[in-house]
Design a protein around this ligand. Structure first.
Ligand SMILES: NC(=O)c1ccc[n+]([C@@H]2O[C@H](COP(=O)([O-])OP(=O)(O)OC[C@H]3O[C@@H](n4cnc5c(N)ncnc54)[C@H](OP(=O)(O)O)[C@@H]3O)[C@@H](O)[C@H]2O)c1
Length: 221
């Protein structure tokens, strides 16, 4: 049985990962700040009180999971805060760096002892973090924090290759979740996660460090 750890597991894309993984018979460790009714009803291992921007909480997670092997670590938790040229919202930018950029790196480092040859790491970034794809500007904090986490993912792919661990840097598409105010033009979490799991399933050491759209398209940095 393959063991997946998913952060931000109580709702949105994170919850959908847990649901589809459970449905296909994988073992799930669902990590969140606080659980939800639907996550509680899923019948998977749930680890609560884990804020990925809090070093102590992440250490507690590592201690709790000591000796438990993880085949796939899905760094999914993230936040979106408004930031424009007229209102930079510097506090919001810092917060997004803490959660979106440093959080996945902190969690991956803390859980390295749980990963082994053949394990995989998925980093949920965003196309909004693509420099080349940025044709509409603004959204400073979200874009900058996602560019940073894509770079973290690329470095992780280099650093972990010799250990036999592959890293995928993933964009889920525009998805109808709380983050997008359940945007009508977004795809469903179910459709997004179906594609994301295909990307993760197909990930190898030969393709490690690639930036993919959930639909399989390779995205520009
Ligand atoms: N939806 C999209 O269109 C879209 C597009 C591109 C990329 N993404 C990325 O995909 C990922 C999932 O997004 P989503 O749409 O599912 O968002 P969402 O519905 O807003 O869910 C975000 C999840 O992250 C958790 N989270 C936020 N801050 C956290 C923290 N400090 N510590 C631990 N958990 C935290 C939330 O937990 P709480 O319930 O405790 O707040 C929640 O479980 C994010 O990284 C997002 O940037 C989404």
């Amino acid at each position: 049985m393959t063991t997946y750890l998913v952060t931000g597991a109580n709702r949105g894309i994170g919850y959908e990962y847990c649901k589809q993984l459970k449905d296909r018979g994988d073992k799930v460790i669902a990590v969140c700040r606080h659980s939800s009714d639907e996550l509680d009803q899923l019948g998977v291992q749930v680890e609560t009180d884990i804020d990925i921007s809090d070093k102590k909480a992440v250490q507690t997670l590592a201690t709790t999971l000591k000796g438990q092997s993880i085949d796939v670590l899905v760094n999914n938790a993230g936040i979106y805060r408004q930031s424009s040229l007229s209102d930079l919202n510097l506090e919001g930018i810092r917060e997004q760096f803490e959660v979106n950029a440093l959080g996945p790196l902190r969690v991956t480092q803390a859980l390295l002892p749980n990963l082994k040859k053949g394990s995989k790491v998925a980093i949920m970034t965003s196309r909004m973090g693509s420099i080349e794809d940025n044709t509409s500007g603004s959204t400073y904090g979200y874009r900058m924090s996602k560019t940073a986490v894509s770079m973290a993912g690329k470095s992780l792919s280099q650093d972990l290759k010799s250990k036999g661990i592959a890293v995928a840097i993933l964009h889920p598409g525009l998805v109808s979740t709380g983050m997008t105010n359940f945007n009508d033009s977004g795809i469903s979490p179910a459709e997004s996660v179906k594609g994301l799991l295909s990307r993760i399933d197909q990930l190898t050491l030969d393709t490690t460090g690639t930036f993919w759209h959930a639909n399989g398209e390779v995205l520009p940095w």
